[in-house]
Design a protein around this ligand. Structure first.
Ligand SMILES: Nc1nc2c(ncn2[C@@H]2O[C@H](COP(=O)(O)OP(=O)(O)OP(=O)(O)O)[C@@H](O)[C@H]2O)c(=O)[nH]1
Ligand SMILES: [Mg+2]
Length: 526
């Protein structure tokens, strides 16, 4: 009789999992227990995969807000205002991690003053040495000598009197010298984002060579659609979505120093080491820093050199008494004013802690981007799924040039960027909000007598005041949107001073309500 084999007998898997033919009742019970355990683990894994899928789907449908604008326009400051206004508990938990950034901002200002002071001291020293007796009289050199003497006398008559530098200034410079090491140490802790923009690769600041690569234009700002299409056509992964932040650097640094014992983000270990050497050195310099900043001669030197530190980012010299102390804990105001540039694109989850009625106001993803020209290509991959864009145009910058390209006026750069964004077909369905930011600085600048028409001839003979200029620019931005948008869209334009958390919180509330309303309207329409 032929031996008949079933298909199952042929299947190696079935053979492998089949119970042994001579299985005892105990072995059978143990096997069944094992199989039940394996099944339970497998079900758990399936469930977790299901949850991840659901989270991913939910994530996909989360509301996405993109913060755009040139470098130093106030994007990260606006993000901080969002966190402070809508997620105060999370904000509080992260606040201490800003200590190192604020300390670095303060020390940078001190070292900038010390650089200028060293320069003046060296010059004064050289002048003293060169005022030795004149060389002997030689008839052949009479005429040129007389011309030079007349020119020197005329220059001397116009030149301001020499700065009254004294031994005190040399001493201050000497006593504050340890702050150089502190700056280097903090820069190392905070990573690339803390490296001063002025010290970036030289090619970033230099104007492009004639006939430079068309990709330079891509960074410059304009046709995002064309750049996007080109990137899509190119093989491979055209852009990298980066999400490494200064907190990662700070965390890594503290972990390395503690031999890997520390875990989590930088702030936990930072908080634990209040009396670390950096804080100690800064605290021991507190009185000298205050004396340096209050010194009349130093103030006169800064004025003559047109160094307006108090108008610049991360200015904390008026807060030395609260910052340069042992056990310094950053305040909300200090954190909002702290300056650290953004590298790449940083993704932040904003979980609204306030009561909400609508689904879209429970959690948002906010993308904070680096705004300098060389990093703008990295924005493109985020255009695909952005629901709204908050564009920041700093309007106090009408008389300033881009750090990364000294040929370009900052206000003009904002207009170029704005035009590229409003005209982009990719972003045609995106809600657009404009913040005309740094209004407080604009007021101070115009009160100091700076004339707008000198930098913005089209402003003409209008009154040289902040409200008039703000209205003028608001109108211009609005007109450009109307003219260039691929389809009609609402214009939301606000005057903001992002370092004023109170007024900004009110603005953000109405922005959020407007966004929710428009988003829901669009959803209904679809
Ligand atoms: N006085 C004043 N300062 C502001 C205002 N908005 C931002 N700042 C300051 O300007 C500096 C730059 O602001 P950020 O928010 O870091 O600028 P950003 O757009 O994120 O810049 P990048 O990250 O380089 O693209 C910070 O020191 C802020 O405190 C404002 O409305 N008024
Ligand atoms: Mg930023």
């Amino acid at each position: 009789m032929p031996f008949i084999r079933s298909f199952a007998d042929d299947d190696p898997l079935s053979r492998a999992i089949a119970p042994p033919p001579d299985e005892s009742p105990e072995e059978r019970a143990a096997r069944l227990r094992k199989e039940a355990d394996a099944q339970r683990i497998s079900d758990e894994i399936d469930e977790r995969i299901g949850q991840d899928r659901a989270a991913w789907r939910r994530n996909k449908s989360l509301f996405r807000l993109l913060l755009l604008g040139q470098s130093e326009s106030g994007k990260s400051t606006t993000l901080k205002n969002f966190q402070l206004a809508f997620a105060p508990r999370a904000w509080l938990a992260e606040r201490a991690s800003w200590r190192a950034v604020i300390q670095l901002n303060l020390i940078r200002s001190v070292n900038t003053i010390l650089d200028a002071l060293s320069d003046e001291l060296a010059r004064a020293h050289a002048d003293t040495r060169s005022s030795s007796p004149s060389p002997p009289f030689r008839p052949s050199s009479v005429v040129p000598r007389l011309d030079a003497a007349v020119a020197a006398a005329a220059a001397a008559a116009n030149a301001p009197p020499p700065l009254l530098l004294a031994a005190k200034h040399s001493l201050l410079r000497l006593r504050l010298a340890p702050l150089r090491r502190v700056e280097a140490d903090l820069t190392r802790r905070l990573g690339a984002a803390s490296v001063d923009e002025r010290f970036d690769a030289p090619e970033a600041a230099a104007p492009p060579a004639a006939g430079a690569d068309a990709d330079h234009d891509l960074m410059v700002a304009t046709p995002f659609d064309a750049a996007y299409a080109r990137a899509r056509r190119a093989p491979g992964e055209p852009f990298v979505r980066t999400n490494r932040s200064w907190r990662d650097s700070l965390g890594e640094y503290t972990r390395a120093r503690s031999g890997g014992r520390a875990h989590g983000r930088g702030q936990s270990t930072e908080r634990g080491s209040q009396a670390d050497d950096v804080t100690e050195v800064i605290a021991s310099c507190m009185e000298d820093i205050s004396e340096l900043w209050a010194d009349d001669v130093v103030q006169e030197m800064l004025r003559r050199r047109k160094m307006r530190l108090d108008h610049g980012p991360g200015f904390f010299l008026n807060d030395v008494a609260t910052i340069a102390v042992r056990g310094y804990e950053p305040s909300d105001d200090h954190v909002v004013r702290a300056r650290l540039r953004t590298l790449g694109v940083q993704e932040h989850h904003l979980v609204f802690e306030t009561e909400t009625s609508s689904d879209i106001s429970k959690e948002w993803i906010i993308y904070d981007v680096g705004g300098s020209r060389t990093t703008r290509a990295a924005w493109l991959p985020y255009f695909d799924d952005a629901n709204a864009i908050l564009f920041l145009a700093p309007i106090s910058c009408f008389d300033e040039l881009l750090t990364e390209d000294h040929r370009v006026n900052r206000l003009e750069d904002s207009f170029v960027l704005w035009k590229a964004i409003v005209s982009s077909k990719l972003l045609a369905n995106c809600i657009l909000i404009l913040f005309l930011n740094k209004y407080d600085l604009l007021e101070r600048k115009l009160q100091s007598g700076i004339q707008v028409k000198k930098y913005l001839p089209s402003f003409g003979e209008r009154e040289n005041s902040a409200p008039v200029l703000a209205k003028y620019l608001h109108h211009k931005f609005r007109e450009q949107m109307k003219e260039l948008s691929p389809q009609p869209r609402h214009f939301y334009g606000y005057l903001t001073s992002a370092t004023n958390t109170k007024t900004t919180a009110a603005t953000l509330s109405s922005v959020r309500d407007g966004i929710i309303r428009q988003h829901l309207e669009k959803a209904d329409f679809v």
